[in-house]
Design a protein around this ligand. Sequence first.
Ligand code: PLP
Length: 367
Amino acid sequence: MPLLRSLRTLAARPTHQDWPGLIEAYRRWLPVSNQTPVISLREGATPLIPAPTIAERVGRGVKVYLKYDGLNPTGSFKDRGMTMAISKAKEAGSEAVICASTGNTSAAAAAYARRGGMRAFVLIPDGYVAQGKLAQALLYGAEMIAIQGNFDRALAIVQEVANQYPITLVNSVNPYRLQGQKTAAFEVIDALGEAPDWLCIPVGNAGNITAYWMGFNEYRQAGRSRTLPRMMGFQAAGSAPLVMGHTIEHPDTIATAIRIGNPVNRDNALKVEAESHGGFMAVTDAEILEAYKLLGSGEGVFCEPASAASVAGLLKRRDEVPAGATVVCVLTGNGLKDPSTAIEHNEARFHTGLDADTAAVAKVMGF
Ligand SMILES: *Cc1c(COP(=O)(O)O)cnc(C)c1O
């Protein structure tokens, strides 16, 4: 869009409708043309929320922000990649897409595929998908296939299916996914005016950490930031192939979104670690849950357990953060995705079975 026209349309619109979705907002940075049908739910433009309670725990004047990507249309950052992957699949004339998923990819794939008039097939590990995510894929009209095997096995199967039949694979091996996801790094720099010193991020298949690094580099090359962050990736201890240096046969963690033993983007991830002078580290489920609860009750931010790994990791490495540094923790998914974990793991006082009586209520309140 010519600059003047875009300024005029922006000025004419009420402010709450300014955002056109990430493909339109970052069109010149993305592999799209006038021929690309843009399939969008106005994803992106998620808030960068200051986190004073966590910053206080880190200490020494460190500033902490949460990139709350759980506020995307289907509740996770997967929407950033999916708007690109589905738009490009549509452009190529595809009528169906397939993915393996721990849940969020299937929700995003289903929503965007249906929006684009395509069929969506989803392979999930039976019994290891959080309830909210399952509900979403079903409601969006995905065709679900649950297998007796973990994510890594499901991915191998969908890759074979996509090789043999006319169907587009939309897992993060699809290069357009990472192109869309890199826009989160653009938004962070657009918000801060500069790259942060550290980026803390949960790592499963390592697509997102790869995409962020791509975004930070592209913006720096274009002069939008003078610096690059150190990329700090966190895996769940029972599912930490990049920390252990080998595939994990039976990954296990409460953080189901990163329950991945054989990361697709392993080589990219190791490159990001080396180039950014970053590091991978494991956090235990107990540390993840601690951060998860602190985010809720200390910051008022509800994320899913996998997302809290970024904050658990920051707290674990707090002594290494330079004084006064700026840290961004990526919160990849919305807490409502996984209500059972919240109901099981919280420190709330929940008084039940009371008489419907004012005095009884006042009494448990401590009056
Ligand atoms: C997909 C996902 C991750 C992991 O991202 P990768 O790109 O696979 O490393 C982390 N958190 C949530 C909520 C996710 O949905």
